[in-house]
Design a protein around this ligand. Structure first.
Ligand code: ATP
Length: 389
């Protein structure tokens, strides 16, 4: 077990003379035993980061340390780190037993009996003891994934690196393996860095998640912090499904004014937005901001009773069983639609008018230029201080 530190890590690839900055000055401290999920869209630098930790890519600038000891100069096999790939990367000509023994035989000089005992215990833990004599071609995808995990676990490494290990499995198996992997990681207590582009995996599996965009680290936080207190618009839009609704607005006095609606704001929100000094309703050059609200915070109410209730038209209703995603527009020919998630038993029909309530407590405001969060939704203080179950 170990603490893993990425200290201003940068990776620059040379693409026929032009530079590609795949990972840009990323610093993160991963605690001993922590499960950190590295998440972001395709091409954001997740795999490159993992490959640098594993020693499969060199580091262009910065340093990677395992328990305060720099590992950049070490060969992958000397790093005491085990990697699990999306492709499983099992040796097809070897049995499950052979695949699991191989790493141990290479990296240790344990006696044969001890290796056999470790393989057997790990296979039992993963429920694959009955498959030890089979070859990979004789296994299902889920079983191959277990063998790949077993091969990593049996080495008893200081850290696990996992690169989209569940993405080749069907949805049901993936969700089962998600839970199992989490339990395993908790039991083993091994520091783990897990790469995925799937934000559900990020939200459900990680102690903390590190969100990358275009090689840059956007935020490192617990899943709930990233969800409720995103550092910027990118994180707000990336985490959550359906995505947060965004509206481009100008700050005009005590209102945010957009092309299709105006949103009155209290002094508290006004102060949080700061900078943009009270621009009166008819002055030009008002500060621009992005107003954000999560779909589950948009309510559909029977009648308009306050300043945050808006007349809309229902475009499309997407029933999901337990809930409905309702796509709304401010007018029948309006072009900015937004989504409200409401209970599955409620009936709302496309083409009908609806009153959408966007409560002020739930809004996020982002800087129009930098995307930085200026104000995040308020969270019930009581809920925050209540003991965790
Ligand atoms: P995905 O989810 O699609 O696997 P990723 O977030 O893992 O994406 P990386 O594979 O780390 O992204 O790639 C980051 C960037 O670096 C991309 O722009 C990619 O094209 C570039 N890149 C990766 N490897 C090389 C290489 N060997 N030479 C040049 N550019 C590379």
């Amino acid at each position: 077990m170990a603490r893993l530190t990425l200290d201003h890590v940068t990776k620059i690839f040379d693409d026929n003379g032009s530079e590609i900055v795949a990972v840009d000055d990323v610093s993160v401290d991963i605690d001993d035993g922590e499960f950190l999920v590295l998440v972001g869209p395709s091409g954001c630098g997740k795999s490159t980061t993992l490959r640098m930790i594993a020693g499969l890519e060199t580091v262009s600038r910065g340093e990677i340390r395992l328990d305060d000891e720099p590992i950049d100069g070490k060969q992958p096999k000397d790093r005491d780190i085990a990697m699990v790939f999306q492709s499983y990367a099992l040796y097809p000509h070897m049995t499950v037993r052979g695949n699991m023994r191989f790493g141990l035989e290479e990296s240790t000089d344990l006696p044969d009996g001890e290796i056999e005992e470790k393989v057997r215990a790990t296979a039992e833990m993963l429920d694959i003891a009955n498959l030890l004599d089979r070859k990979p071609a004789e296994l299902s995808g889920g079983q191959r994934q277990r063998v790949a995990l077993g091969r990593a676990i049996v080495r008893d490494p200081a850290a696990f690196l996992m690169d989209e290990p569940l993405s080749n499995l069907d949805a049901k198996l993936r969700s089962e393996m998600r839970t199992e992997l989490q339990r395993l990681q908790e039991d083993l207590g091994v520091t783990t860095v897990y790469v995925t582009h799937d934000q559900t995996e990020a939200m459900t599996m990680g102690d903390r998640i590190a969100i990358l965009n275009a090689g840059k680290l956007m935020q490192v936080a617990t899943p709930l912090e990233a969800y409720h207190r995103p550092a910027n618009r990118f994180v707000a839009g990336f985490i959550g499904d359906p995505s947060m609704n965004f509206f481009e607005m100008e700050v005009r006095g005590d209102r945010l004014v957009g092309s299709e609606f105006a949103y009155p704001i209290s002094e508290e929100v006004r102060d949080a937005i700061g900078g943009a000094e009270a621009v009166s309703a008819d002055e030009v050059n008002a500060e621009t901001v992005t107003l954000g609200v999560r779909p589950e915070d948009v309510e559909i109410v029977a009648e308009a009773t306050g300043p945050h209730d808006f007349e809309t038209v229902v475009d499309v209703v997407e029933p999901k069983g337990s809930e409905n995603n309702v796509y709304l527009s401010f007018s029948a020919d309006g072009d900015s639609s937004f989504v409200a998630t409401i209970g599955g038993m409620r009936t709302v029909e496309a083409g009908q008018p609806a009153i959408a309530r966007i409560p002020e407590a739930a809004i996020h405001v982002f800087d129009g230029e930098t995307g930085e969060a200026l104000r995040n939704r308020s969270i019930d203080e009581q809920a925050e201080t209540e003991p965790q179950l």
